[in-house]
Structure formats: C-alpha cells, structure tokens
Design a protein around this ligand. Structure first.
Ligand code: GTP
Length: 185
C-alpha cells in the first residue's frame, strides 16, 4: 500500500475540454465576479495560506489545449496534487470526454501505485434547471480516484470557492484510500 505524504502546498490543476469554463472558474474565484471575456489561459495563481480555509498555500493551474502541447499538459498532471476535470453541464459531449479521454489520460500520467485525487466539476449550472450528478456515478465507480463531484457556475458564482476548497480537502483529508487496490490484493 502506498500513501502519499500530505504536502505543505496544494497544487490544483484544471483540465477539461475547450470552452467548459476552466479559466472563468479561476478568475471568478480570484475576482469574485464573472467576466465574459477571459484569456485562453489564466496565469498560475498562488493563494496565500491565510486566505484559504485549510491555511495551506495553494497554487491553481489552468490549461488550454489549443496553446499547450500534450507533453506540457502531462507534465502539469505530474506536478499537481489534485486534478479538477471540468465539463459543461449543458454539453453532454464534454462529460463523455471526461470518461473517454481525461480520466484515462490522468491515469497514464500518474504512477501505477498512487492515483492522484480527481474532482469532477460540472460547470455552467446557471444554464440548466436540473442536476446531472446522476450521470456521474458510473464514472466515479469505474474510477475510484474520483474523490468528489460538484456542480457550479463561474457565472453565478455558485459553488466556485467550494469547488477549490473541495480540491484542497481531497489532498489534505482524503476520503478515498489513495492507493492502488490491485497492488493491495
Ligand atoms: P479553453 O481556454 O478553450 O480551454 O476554455 P475554458 O475551459 O478555459 O473556458 P472559458 O473560461 O474560456 O469559458 C468559455 C466560455 O464559457 C466563455 O464564453 C465564458 O464566458 C463561458 N462560461 C464560463 N463559465 C460559465 C458559466 O458558469 N456559465 C455560463 N453561462 N457561461 C460560462
């Protein structure tokens, strides 16, 4: 069984299909307001310990597949402590890609005996009046590294800080056993 030691900073990486709102989520967190026009990729952001609920300095990293190579994205996965895979709740294809592409890609770039926690983030809930969480349970069952699922809106500022707080908690207080079950048996 391999446990990862608790880090002294938390590095949160946002992944997901283009246009799902990764950059908007980061900027909404930092500015506490929604900006319609955001850059393709947010600069790396460091949140000082004293303004995080867990009192741990936190780095937030955005990716933009149009601007980065696959190797650069893979490198960011290796450096991250927790990965938020964002999809857009009004575009089923972005949720399909979570299971068909992003979760396998994250696994490929984690060591075999330690799977980093993943948060599934359904953004843009301001656009729908139902929940898509029920569509996620099958994915979470297949990928036990999925630690939590959360629905949010960068536009309405719903659950934005909660999403980043959940990512911190997944690293600092893991609820899933973070080890490879196959290894244990
Ligand atoms: P890439 O840079 O292509 O990877 O996209 P991204 O995932 O960073 O998405 P981005 O933040 O650029 O947002 C894409 C579009 O969705 C923009 O027009 C945003 O204004 C819009 N958007 C982002 N979040 C929300 C949201 O919560 N609700 C709504 N209605 N629109 C949003």
């Amino acid at each position: 069984m391999v446990y990862e030691s608790i880090p002294r900073t938390v590095r949160i990486l946002l992944l997901g299909e283009p246009g799902v709102g990764k950059t908007s989520l980061i900027l909404s967190l930092v500015t506490e307001e929604f900006t319609e026009h955001v850059p393709p990729k947010a600069e790396e952001i460091t949140i000082p310990a004293d303004v995080t609920p867990e009192q741990v300095p936190t780095n937030i990293i955005d990716i933009c597949v149009a601007e980065q190579t696959i190797e650069q994205v893979a490198e960011e996965i290796e450096r991250a402590h927790v990965i938020c895979i964002v999809f857009s709740v009004d575009r089923q294809e972005t949720l399909n890609k979570v299971a068909s592409y992003w979760l396998p890609f994250v696994r490929e770039n984690c060591s075999d005996d330690y799977r980093k926690p993943v948060i599934l983030v359904g953004n843009k809930i301001d656009l729908i009046d139902y929940s898509v969480i029920d569509n996620i349970w099958d994915i979470a069952e297949e990928y036990p590294e999925v630690d939590r699922c959360i629905e949010c809106s960068a536009k309405s500022l719903i659950n934005v800080s909660e999403m980043f707080y959940n990512a911190q908690k997944a690293v600092l207080h893991p609820i899933n056993p973070i080890y490879c079950i196959e290894e244990q048996e």
